[in-house]
Design a protein around this ligand. Structure first.
Ligand code: HDD
Length: 763
């Protein structure tokens, strides 16, 4: 049936327009990422089959795909036409009165083309403007019927199609990927009972507790209004002014100053629903839930100065990484974890579960893994899919419900509202990427750009002329809100106040900091120092440090020293004696808690080459890396083919000029006197090597190339006098053992023992 659907054009009168476009994918054999990596003929593969439940995601990836086929356009072998389908004879010249005469108003072909072009842009998202998306599916491992009637969780092996968009928050649509920022993690589930959007971030808390403050937060972090600077950065006065006056932001600031704000890849970050939601079962019983996405590849980040350099050399770093991984059949994958708890449990917590600046530590409520999300198809068209996709926290399905989180309440309104202006009217739900797979029937009519052609004369309910259709689903089938008494302790009067525990602004900020490894704590301190050193008004810096004294006194002291100021008095607290926390440390909050499986799949490795390299050792490195799923790239001074001592030929994939060292996860330096001499004469080589070393990456140096280490002033020992585990020096003759060590060391991702503040400049 799937095949029939794609072979059959949607409109039989327009077979060419709706042709076999969906069959189009990267031609087999074309090299995508890495010289050695050949993508699959299409993105279908055995990865669509689940090892856990045996479920098979439909071919072509998911159920949204065949409905989208009706709008895919394939122009191969077609003539150029106007939007009215009129064939165009000449697409080069406007219609003129004589060869040198004026252009005629009559030229409808010219006017149509230019007019459409003039309106090609739509407003960008007010936040999360810069993003990248992909199609995929969610697979349920076990039925969760005990907790929820939500369609995706009804059976083991149930497959629900999804579209996911990752984003930065502050930067504009064309800004860089590697800014220090929160990342959006928005998932649209096209369930059997309508669309459910889980619009989350890669951090489980937020800056503010009430939606009333959201416009203020966004105005503060966006480029300053008088001169529109800085782009995609929180390191400026207005942001720190605002947050320093909003101590509830302290917990989120810890996350934002941590390495989570500079992920190595979208594929290597967690996602969180942030708010507490409800799950509701068939019997109408509700429990509370927090949503967690856990990346299969583990959690990994960049380091700050590397992120800064990458933003210049490849502003599309995360977009490219996601695209290439999917094209190569290395489908990104996350497991969905739930923290499920009861209202009674929640009442005992030292914090309020309606407060989006608080987490529920895993020690209190463990995470239960219930399914996985796999992204296995890139969009065909960025604008049509990734730009026009519209997420909304109000999109929930039977079995999922809200809590009274006041931040969530504002969101439930905001998303649909913003889409109306961003997508030009109230019918954006009909845009193919937004249309549910479930059927839509109601009496809403008309509006800009209406696609549906409603038949009959009935557009009201109740009706008798339409046989009463569409009719109310009723409580058994339809969405119902959980009936819950208003909080008995609160008066039901209209008030503008916060619950008491919202006033504890520091306990969980301390919990987060204390749960980090030493390296992560150092990076958090460095990030605060960097950002605050960009703030020009000393009083703002002082207020931030004064506030941090309440969270982590040692951090405040370090910052006062690093920023050349006296340690200020601690800021007065909103709540002097908060309820003591259940845990002082939660190891799961460290990035190091989820290293992945220690493998090197999809990691990019630069292999420097030149004429006269030692061929056999290089050949072995390349094939071993490919075997482990890593992506070796042969990098040389210039493009071209390089001949090894023994006559083997190596073609350069990239140059040191177009792909600087900080774009790679690891580095291989070749043996071969002639090659090493040529590399040594090019300052790019030393720079390449230094940034690899400085950003704590693994380096394998064969034979003669070890001289380059000395020339680049790379210390062979760590600051503590121990050997550096990320520096593998070997004779080309002992390549096998060295390569095994190299791959194991790469699996550790970084060798932070090299770090020093400030960085060591010489041996
Ligand atoms: Fe939001 C976009 C996540 C608070 C109002 N938000 C947006 C996106 C993500 C989030 C991932 C991008 C969706 C996409 O890829 O298209 N937002 C969050 C999280 C929040 C949060 C995790 C706190 C827990 N947001 C929040 C509040 C408000 C908004 C409190 C307003 C009161 N967010 C918006 C918005 C955006 C948006 C202005 C911009 C574009 C859009 O919605 O579609 O409506």
């Amino acid at each position: 049936a799937q095949q029939m659907a794609s072979a059959m054009p949607y409109n039989a009168l327009k077979p060419a327009e709706h042709g076999e476009s969906n069959a189009q994918s990267t031609p087999p054999g074309e090299v995508v990422s890495g010289s050695s990596r050949v993508p699959l003929a299409s993105t279908l593969s055995e990865a669509n089959e689940s090892a856990k439940t045996g479920a098979v995601a439909p071919e072509g990836v998911n159920a949204t795909i065949s409905p989208l086929d009706r709008v895919r356009v394939d122009s191969s072998n077609q003539v150029l036409t106007t939007n009215q389908g009129v064939p165009i004879a000449d697409n080069q010249n406007s219609l003129k009165a004589g060869a040198r005469g004026p252009v005629l108003l009559e030229d409808f072909i010219l006017r149509e083309k230019i007019t459409h072009f003039d309106h090609e842009r739509i407003p960008e998202r007010i936040v999360h403007a810069r993003g990248s998306g992909a199609h995929g599916f969610f697979e349920c491992y076990e039925p969760l019927t005990q907790y929820t009637k939500a369609a995706p969780f009804q059976e083991a092996g149930k497959i629900t199609p999804t579209f996911v968009r990752f984003s930065t928050v502050a930067g504009e649509r064309g800004s860089k990927d590697t800014a220090r920022d929160v990342r959006g993690f928005a998932v649209k589930f096209y369930t059997d009972e309508g669309n459910w959007d889980l619009v989350g971030n890669n951090m489980p808390v937020f800056f503010i507790q009430d939606a009333m403050k959201f416009p203020d937060l966004v105005h503060a972090v966006k480029p300053e209004p008088h001169h529109q600077m800085p782009q995609a950065a929180s390191a400026h006065d207005t942001f720190w002014d605002f947050v320093s006056l909003m101590p509830e932001s302290t917990h989120m600031l810890m996350w934002q100053m941590s390495d989570r704000a500079i992920p190595r890849s979208y594929r290597m970050m967690q996602g969180f629903g942030v708010h507490t939601y409800r799950l509701v079962n068939d019997a109408g019983e509700a429990c509370l839930v927090k949503f967690h996405w856990q990346p299969k590849l583990g959690t990994h980040s960049l380091v700050w100065e590397e992120a800064v350099k990458i933003s210049g050399a490849d502003p599309d770093f995360h977009r490219r990484d996601l695209w290439e991984a999917i094209e190569a059949g290395e489908y990104p994958e996350w497991e969905l974890g739930l923290q499920i708890f009861t209202e009674d449990q929640a009442e005992q917590f030292s914090f309020d579960i309606l407060d989006a600046t608080k987490i529920v530590p895993e020690e209190l409520v463990p995470i239960q893994i219930v399914g996985r999300l796999v992204l296995n198809r890139n969009p065909d068209n960025f604008f049509a899919e990734t730009e026009q996709v519209a997420f909304c926290t109000a999109h929930v399905v039977p079995g999922i419900d809200f809590t009274n989180d006041p931040l969530l309440a504002g969101r439930i309104h905001s998303y649909v509202d913003t889409q109306i202006s961003r997508l030009g009217g109230p019918n954006f739900h009909e845009i193919p990427i937004n249309a549910p797979v479930a059927q839509v029937h109601n009496n809403q009519r008309d509006g800009m750009h209406r696609q549906a052609i409603h038949r009959g004369r009935v557009a009201y309910e109740p009706n008798s002329l339409g046989g009463g259709c569409p009719f109310q689903a009723g409580a058994a089938q339809g969405f119902t809100s959980v009936a819950r008494r208003l909080d008995a302790q609160q008066s039901a009067d209209k008030v503008r106040i916060k619950p008491e525990k919202f006033a504890d602004h520091y306990t969980q900020a301390r919990l987060f900091y204390e749960s980090q490894s030493e390296v992560e704590q150092a990076h958090i301190g460095n990030a605060f120092r960097f950002e605050l050193s960009k703030v020009t008004v000393p009083a703002i810096r002082e207020r931030v440090v004064a506030s941090l004294r309440n969270a982590v006194p040692a951090l405040a002291e370090r910052l006062a020293q690093d920023l050349g100021m006296e340690l200020p008095q601690a800021l007065p607290k909103a709540l002097e004696n908060p309820t003591p926390p259940e845990v002082e440390v939660s190891p799961a909050l460290s990035l190091m808690a989820r290293p992945g499986d220690g493998g090197v799949r999809t990691r990019k490795v630069a292999v420097l080459i030149g004429h006269g390299v030692d061929g056999p050792s290089l050949g072995k490195v390349i094939s071993s890396l490919v075997e482990q799923g890593a992506v070796p790239r042969l990098v040389a001074a210039r493009l071209g083919t390089y001949v090894a001592v023994g006559g083997e030929k190596f073609a350069a994939d990239a140059t040191m000029e177009n792909s600087p060292g900080f774009l790679f996860d690891a580095l291989v330096l070749p043996d071969g006197e002639e090659a090493v001499a040529a590399l040594a004469a090019d300052a790019h080589t030393l720079e390449f090597l230094r940034v690899q070393y400085w950003h704590c990456k693994t380096i394998l140096a064969f034979g003669a190339s070890q001289a380059l280490l000395a020339e680049a002033q790379i210390p062979l020992m760590m600051a503590d006098g121990e050997p550096d585990p990320g520096l593998i020096l070997a004779d080309a003759a002992d390549a096998d053992e060295a390569i095994t060590d190299f791959i194991a060391a790469m699996g550790l991702h970084r060798h932070f023992g090299r770090e020093n503040d400030p960085p060591r400049s010489e041996v």
